[in-house]
Design a protein around this ligand. Structure first.
Ligand code: NAD
Length: 356
């Protein structure tokens, strides 16, 4: 089988740090043939550094190339929709960065385009490809936790507003920590719970710290006057199964240490699953009326979940498999965020719209 030909739409941080190494880790299976960025100098620089033969500032040039099989959409959130839909309509497979879209309506349009084209739309949600997720999912699937009734999903930074890119700009990103990092921990949680269907959510967002010029920030400097997203969000999400998830995320919040973990409460046992680090999984269980706290020692080590995600994309295309992370699962996350942002304004629980 010939090598897949792949193009990059957006050659910024995530493309360089994750998508390029991902594709280049499979040199016999795929090759990157186009680098596209509206910042042409950047695209040229990236192409030169990584031996990518064709460069453009206009993604339509890639889509007009009949030999191109697939694209990564690695632009800011506002620019996911159009390149993704156009690429699918042009018959290309798409690996689109997270969050899939600015909101549920955009995500729906992307899912419809994927269904109509029959091509793969994969959402870049790499947490599921990490060792802790793989171990915990197998543990839950084996029935060791019983029914997961409740989870507390936390992506909390004490002083971590990204000082680069457009992460503080609601118009470009659609939101702040909820949509940017909350998306990862909610996805991991739903993956571990077996993707129950969310029905309604209640939430609250704030922006009191992020706009305050007197506060220190640990992730670079930024213009406080341009901070238009929330700095902290909490949500309460109900599922068709009767399960509940509480989601907390922040760029700035007054807590001791940053947290990136989900805590699952099952009928047989509970667990804390962290995104990374030493001892990323801890299980709390009971045997013969004795309580045990367990630390599994053989959690699989995945060198880079980002690279594993790109490899899964390439292999799904080559094998004719379904999307490893389908657009519809990206839509679920956007639809939950829509309900939480709306609820913060209305002050009441809002329904979650999953129609495609
Ligand atoms: N999966 C993760 O953990 C992770 C981490 C970081 C960023 N991201 C996601 O990746 C996306 C990009 O983030 P980033 O940190 O790489 O941002 P970035 O600002 O470093 O790069 C984005 C690039 O896209 C280019 N661009 C903008 N509009 C374009 C268009 N229409 N056509 C072509 N190029 C265009 C910009 O010039 C810029 O170079 C965001 O959606 C973000 O949420 C995901």
């Amino acid at each position: 089988m010939r090598k897949l030909k792949v193009g990059l739409i957006g050659t910024g941080g995530i493309a360089r740090g994750c998508h390029i190494p991902g594709y280049q880790s499979l040199p016999d299976e795929c090759e990157i043939v186009w680098a596209c960025d509206t910042n042409l100098d950047l695209a040229q620089d990236v192409a030169k550094t990584h031996d990518i033969p064709k460069v453009t500032a206009d993604y339509r040039d890639l889509l007009a190339d009949p030999t191109l099989d697939a694209v990564s959409v690695t632009t800011p959130n506002k620019h996911h929709l159009k390149p993704t839909v156009d690429a699918l309509n042009a018959g290309k497979h798409v690996l689109c960065e997270k969050p899939l879209a600015m909101d549920g309506d955009e995500a729906r349009a992307m899912c419809r385009a994927a269904r109509a084209s029959g091509k793969i739309l994969q959402v870049a949600l790499q947490m599921r490809f990490g060792g802790p997720a793989r171990f915990a999912r197998d543990y839950i699937d084996a029935g060791h936790m019983g029914e997961v009734l409740y989870a507390r999903a936390q992506a909390l930074r004490r002083r971590g507003v990204p000082g680069w890119g457009v992460f503080i700009d609601k118009e470009q990103q659609g939101g702040g920590p909820l949509i940017d990092i909350g998306v990862h921990i909610l996805d991991l949680t739903l993956f571990l719970m077996g993707h129950p269907t969310p029905v309604s959510a209640s939430g609250k967002t704030w922006d009191k710290l992020g706009r305050n010029p007197d506060l220190w920030n640990g992730m670079g400097d930024y213009d406080r006057a341009k901070f238009t997203v929330e700095d902290m969000a909490v949500g309460f999400i109900r599922f068709e199964t009767g399960a509940v998830v509480v989601l907390e995320s922040s760029f700035m919040a007054n807590l001791k240490d940053d947290l990136f973990q989900t805590q699952l409460f099952g009928t047989k046992s509970g667990a804390v699953v962290k995104g990374w680090g030493d001892d990323p999984v801890e299980v709390y269980t009971e045997v013969d009326r004795q309580l045990f706290d367990l630390r599994p020692r053989n959690v699989p080590r995945v060198e880079s979940a980002h690279i594993a995600e790109v490899q899964a994309f390439v292999r799904a295309i080559r094998n004719g498999d379904p999307s490893p992370v389908p657009g519809e699962q990206g839509l679920v996350l956007n639809a939950v965020f829509d309900a939480l942002y709306k609820s913060s304004v209305t002050g009441v629980e809002e329904p979650i719209d999953l129609t495609v």
